[in-house]
Design a protein around this ligand. Structure first.
Ligand code: BGC
Length: 901
């Protein structure tokens, strides 16, 4: 046997059990007994039984090397259906053995499959303000030993469900945040082992979460954005070995009460009073006669969709340094800015209070800097009940913080920080000899973890935490590289489409809440997430399903732009966020960037039209490819015609002209030259905002201005990426100089743009915004030198092109592609470059050596061309007299006349 099929899996992330209405798509990896073997064909079988006795469906023997996202035979699943798949592959010598089987199952797919009602505590006070969390329970009998049991559960609000006193899963803040007006996701859990024959009990606690809790900075009107009543929707389906089938569903036979969670809000934190806990409340023997009957609340089961994005979970527990900070007060430092909370073990006496406050940074005078939280109280409170050690963790909340302060008369026995995130698997690694750059990469990894909490948010700490589309589009490529986030993005894109308005376009925040007026929909570089994010996900994972799912949305966004064109063919000017937070914009007016926002709007229009055309081409829609392709060209020409001079004056102007395809072929070299000149004149200082920054280094490197790239990338003074590392940042900052060179904290001054609800005390300063972390995409592609090929996406064809630079002696990067482990590592010895490459089965590589006229290139000891094709396996490439970028060569020269840098 020469090929072995491994890791057969579906598109569902690990730990998500059940399919919804989507057809399963299968991917597998292959290990080969020797290099040079290729997969010539495959066969997939589907069966209801593990023995693959009777087959449900088969692809039959197919020719081809498909290995990723192959539609499984047999189509979609029915509600509750269980299926097994297996695959085998063929090479020149014949068929491999069958893979290990993959088991999949389905949740409840149609509204009619739900008999559960949404229930809650009668007279719950939470619609008027923060109130005790409703607690619900029901005891029931199981007549016989259990063969299998599934809990299908969702909520209006967030839920925590237990069976016989044990939580049904590690998921947090379930069901997560979606566009609740259009869909609420449900989870299916295997609870077979939590039940026993005889008496059992199911219990649930409900929290406000995103459904009813605070959202946005308008404190006068920030609750109940989706509804006033919480509701648990639970359907427990038990199959006994004797064939009995039992369904326990949420209805008015459940009992309701409140317990120790007295208040819980995502922004404000939770208050837990252990004196009113009801021990054993979710166990069968509990006496609930003092509880009242649950009430049902209106709920449309047609809103329910099976979750396919990874749930939020605890992803790390960090040790904490504890120092006294005055009488009864302790300062905690976890050494890392996270999303999560403090877990304390304390011993005190009844009525002792424990108050935990959180902050990202410390004021120069030693206090917690809480101003950046704006109105988010980010405070967890506990009241103790007995003189015994107790572990304290908050409920239905999380905070963005590195430091905490604990005030208590109790004794602290232990403290840890618990980090939470949507549980996407780490996918990539990078390190190099520059410790600051390596740490910056780590900071971006953390900013992604911290901001991927159910949806991609701008920041995790203040009264915001919204799905800002501009931040997401800037970060989509990087985010796709760092974590296995295809399902995460695809789920959010579904909400983007659901909240999209056919006339006004795509919302600036998805799910669409909080904003009103012109800034709510259709803003350039924000709404373009509709096209940019699906394409980035497709390029990184090679699964065209995301384009299929989003194509109508992509197209509708561009169509809505087409309808906003004036007589000159350009967009009618409007209010924009623009190149948000250009460091040269007035501190309090981050939208007043150097680059004209109407220029940017038309450039993004051209780009989005082309992405629709590209997606149409992938999907085989030739007429749409043609139509949107020519619209893109037309918009690019009109934009360049109107703004040529302006575009060449600013770095964002040039970078946009190049990367968004606005500058015509004959002008591209001029635009790149102008950009390089601006970068040199500014000595590598970043002079771009949210829209321009991700595009500058790609634009420079495409034209060979590598000295300038590294001048920017390796700069340590503000504004620059590495400045924040030098200042002790452990995540990526919103403002380049959030901590100033003298150690003072940026005042964060901000005027609320017209059209946005006024926050009263306007202030904007976050230490955890991933948007500027977008440069990490460039770091993988060019510093390490590993990238997917747009034409053969998902790393089927891997572009390997390290660009060594003076000041960096070595760099390593690896990506867990769908095909397997792809890696590159290089070291520079004088001018001799040695590169090790690893490519998994099923891929190919193209190595582009950084050569000078004097270089000699060898691959695995054989003389080779500067551009060499690599087969799967391990290779060593040596380049003598390599081209090495040198930032020192691009020392500032004369400023070009009229340049504003
Ligand atoms: C957010 C940003 C967002 C911006 C809109 C800010 O408050 O934090 O990241 O994109 O508003 O311009």
């Amino acid at each position: 046997m020469t090929l072995v099929v491994q890791r057969l899996r579906s598109q569902l992330p690990d730990g998500v059990l059940a399919f919804g209405a989507e057809q399963p798509r299968l991917s597998w990896q292959v290990s080969a007994s020797h290099p040079g073997l290729v997969q010539l064909g495959y066969e997939i079988e589907a069966s209801e039984t593990l023995g693959f006795g009777p087959l449900l469906a088969t692809t039959g023997e197919r020719d081809g090397d498909a290995q990723v996202a192959v539609p499984a035979p047999g189509g979609r699943l029915r509600s509750r259906e269980v299926r097994h798949y297996r695959v085998r592959v063929r090479d020149v010598s014949g068929w491999s053995g069958w893979s290990d089987p993959l088991r999949v199952e389905a949740g409840l797919l149609e509204a009619g499959a739900w008999s559960a009602r949404a229930i809650t505590l009668p007279d719950d006070q939470g619609s008027r303000g923060q109130a005790p969390s409703p607690v619900l329970r029901r005891a029931f009998d199981v007549p016989a030993p259990i063969a299998s049991a599934r809990l299908h559960v969702t909520a209006l609000g967030v839920h925590r469900v237990s069976l016989n006193g044990r939580l049904v899963s590690d998921d947090l803040l379930a069901p997560g945040w979606t566009s609740y007006r259009h869909r609420i996701t449900t989870d299916t859990y295997d609870v077979t082992r939590l039940l026993t024959p005889g008496r059992n009990a199911i219990g649930a606690m409900l929290g406000d979460g995103w459904y009813r809790g605070r959202l946005g900075w308008d404190a006068a009107d920030d609750r109940c954005r989706y509804g006033r009543e919480l509701g648990l929707v639970a359907q427990l389906e038990i199959d006994c070995v004797d064939g009995t089938r039992l369904i326990v569903e949420s209805d008015r036979s459940w009992r309701a009460s409140t317990a120790e969670i007295r208040a819980a809000d995502l922004y404000d934190g939770s208050t837990i009073d252990l004196r009113v806990a009801q021990p054993g409340w979710d166990a069968p023997g509990f006496d609930d006669s003092g509880w009242i009957a649950a009430t049902s609340v209106p709920f449309d089961p047609g809103l329910i969709e099976q979750r396919f994005a990874p749930p939020v979970r605890r992803i790390a527990v960090l040790p904490v340094g504890l120092t006294p900070a005055g009488e009864g007060c302790w300062r905690l430092d976890g050494g890392q800015n996270i999303s999560g909370w403090v877990r304390l073990t304390v011993r005190g006496v009844r009525d002792d209070r424990v108050v935990v406050r959180h902050a990202e940074v410390i004021e120069p005078d030693g206090g917690l800097h809480t101003k950046a939280l704006r109105s988010a109280k980010a405070t967890d409170e506990y009241i103790l009940t007995a003189d015994a050690p107790v572990v304290l963790e908050p409920a239905f909340t999380f905070h963005g913080f590195r430091y905490a302060e604990v005030e208590t008369t109790a004794e602290i026995l232990d403290a840890q920080f618990v980090a939470i995130s949507s549980d996407t698997a780490p996918r990539a690694s990078f390190e190099c000899s520059d410790a600051d750059l390596t740490r910056f990469h780590e900071n971006v990894v953390w900013s992604q973890r911290d901001n991927f909490v159910s949806i991609p948010t701008d920041c995790p700490q203040r009264d915001e935490r919204l799905g800002w589309t501009g931040d997401a589009q800037a970060f989509a490529a990087t985010g796709s590289t760092l974590f296995d986030s295809a399902a995460f993005w695809t789920s959010w894109l579904r909400d983007l489409e659901l909240d999209q308005d056919s006339a006004l376009g795509v919302p600036s925040v998805v799910p669409d809440v909080v904003l009103s007026g012109e800034l709510r929909f259709g803003r350039a570089g924000w709404a373009d997430a509709a096209t940019i994010v699906p394409w980035a996900v497709y390029e990184s994972y090679g699964d065209r399903a995301v384009l299929e799912q989003q194509f109508a949305s992509m197209r509708a966004w561009v169509d809505s732009l087409s309808r906003r064109r004036g007589a000159d063919g350009l967009l009618v000017p409007g209010t924009q966020f623009g190149d948000w937070l250009d460091p040269d914009a007035p501190v309090a007016r981050p939208w007043e960037a150097k680059a004209d926002s109407d220029y940017l709007a038309n450039a993004f229009f051209a780009h989005s039209a082309r992405l629709v055309a590209d997606a149409a081409a992938v999907l085989g829609d030739r007429s749409a490819a043609e139509t949107y392709g020519s619209l893109g060209r037309e918009m690019a020409a009109a934009t360049w015609g109107r703004w040529t001079d302006h575009a060449l004056e600013t770095p964002t102007g040039c970078a946009v002209a190049l990367q968004l395809g606005v500058a015509p072929d004959g002008e591209r070299a001029r635009a790149a030259g102008a950009l390089a000149e601006l970068v040199r004149a500014a000595d590598g200082r970043v002079a771009t905002g949210f829209l321009g920054t991700p595009l500058v280094l790609p634009a420079l490197s495409e034209f060979g201005y590598l000295d300038e790239c590294y001048l920017m990338l390796l700069r340590r003074e503000s504004p620059s990426w590495l400045y924040q590392v030098r200042q002790g940042g452990t995540t990526v900052w919103e403002r380049w100089d959030a901590i100033r060179p003298d150690g003072s904290i940026h005042p964060g001054t901000m005027t609320t743009p017209q059209d946005l609800p006024d926050s009263g005390e306007a202030h904007m300063l976050s230490f955890n915004h991933y948007a500027y972390g977008a440069v990490v995409d460039w770091v993988y592609r060019h510093v390490a030198g590993i990238a997917p090929d747009r034409a053969r996406p998902g790393y089927r064809h891997v572009l390997l092109a390290p660009k060594p630079a003076r000041g960096i002696d070595w760099a390593n990067a690896a990506i867990e592609t769908s095909y397997g482990h792809a890696a590159i590592g290089w070291r520079l010895d004088g001018d001799a470059l040695t590169v090790d490459v690893e490519l998994p089965f099923g891929t190919s590589g193209e190595f582009t050596a950084p050569v000078t006229a004097a270089s000699v290139v060898s691959v695995d000891g054989q003389r080779a061309n500067p551009v060499a094709r690599l087969e799967p396996g391990h290779h060593t490439v040596v380049v003598t007299a390599a081209a090495v970028a040198d930032p020192a060569r691009s020392a500032p020269r004369q400023r070009p006349a009229g340049a504003r840098v």
